[in-house]
Write a protein that binds this ligand. Structure first.
Ligand code: ADP
Ligand code: MG
Length: 263
């Protein structure tokens, strides 16, 4: 369904484990260069609280750079990014506090290999949020159950499948109570048979009202879950709109060409 600003496109389901305080994201005229390589050329993007936006586009179009500018893993050259109450691009922003509100999930999981699943999900809560160990474990246990891994808390990452590892990475991010979740190709490194379990968790998260910015090649997921699809090429937003419209009836030749190749 189309997203109407000001309304919640995914009201929390009954029995939802947590009421999310979802952030709005506002990106204005964002520019990022690496040396002479102008990678983001004036990106404008507004994501409403609880909205799910999928970013699609060819390799090298700037999708990862855009996500990384949202939580300041990269510093933009110009333009503004706001996440909830934080003006991320304000030089005086408290980066650590801002990052606590933004969860990020990467293609390669990035779990700590020498820590158990439980420890992976508690270390930042204890160090960054200053939660006590018992409280952190309680939160982690709840989030691990939420992603269907309540039984595997004592395992190490290498004892899990790729799909399970990615679900741990999601539970770890959720344990910080984020107001925004960034996903950068979260299923691209997975065996085909475990892709579905990760997408199912993301679908549930969307229903629970999380604001989500998702780089993905999973067009089925984008069509079904995204409120909006943004097609990027060469560092600009070429086309955006309702997921079903952009994917099934793209208007721009570059979008048509891209979708012909991936669908
Ligand atoms: P996408 O995620 O759409 O594949 P990226 O955002 O990763 O695209 O990359 C966009 C462009 O920026 C590419 O030309 C890439 O080589 C360049 N780039 C990305 N990260 C860096 C970096 N850390 N240093 C230099 N160039 C980079
Ligand atoms: Mg990328």
């Amino acid at each position: 369904t189309a997203h109407t600003p000001g309304t919640d496109p995914h009201p929390p389901t009954t029995g939802s484990l947590r009421q999310v305080q979802a952030a709005r994201v506002t990106i204005k005229d964002l520019n990022k260069s690496y040396g002479s390589n102008h990678v983001l050329k004036g990106i404008d993007l507004d994501v409403a609280p609880g909205e799910v936006v999928c970013l699609i586009g060819p390799s090298g179009s700037g999708k990862s750079t855009l996500l990384r500018c949202v939580n300041l893993l990269e510093t933009p050259n110009s333009g503004t990014v706001e996440v909830g109450e934080f003006t991320v691009t304000d030089p005086d922003v408290d980066i650590d506090t801002m990052r606590r509100h933004v969860g990020m999930v990467f293609q390669q999981f990035n779990l700590f290999p020498h820590l158990t699943v439980m420890e992976n999900c508690t270390v930042a809560q204890i160090k960054v949020l200053k939660r006590g160990k018992a409280e952190a474990q309680k939160v982690a246990r709840r989030q691990l159950r939420r992603v269907g891994l309540g039984e595997l808390a004592d395992r190490y990452p290498d004892q899990l499948s790729g799909g399970q590892q990615q679900r741990v990475a999601i539970a770890r991010a959720l344990s910080m109570a984020p107001q925004l979740m960034l996903f950068d190709e979260p299923t691209s490194a997975l065996d085909p048979e475990t892709v579905g379990e990760v997408l199912a968790i993301m679908r549930q998260l969307a229903r629970d009202g999380m604001t989500m910015l998702v780089v993905t090649h999973e067009m089925g997921f984008a069509r079904e879950v995204a409120d909006r699809v943004v097609f990027m090429d060469g560092g600009i937003v070429v086309e955006e709109g309702r997921a079903a419209d952009v994917i099934t009836d793209p208007q721009q030749p570059r979008t048509q060409d891209f979708l012909r190749r991936v669908l």
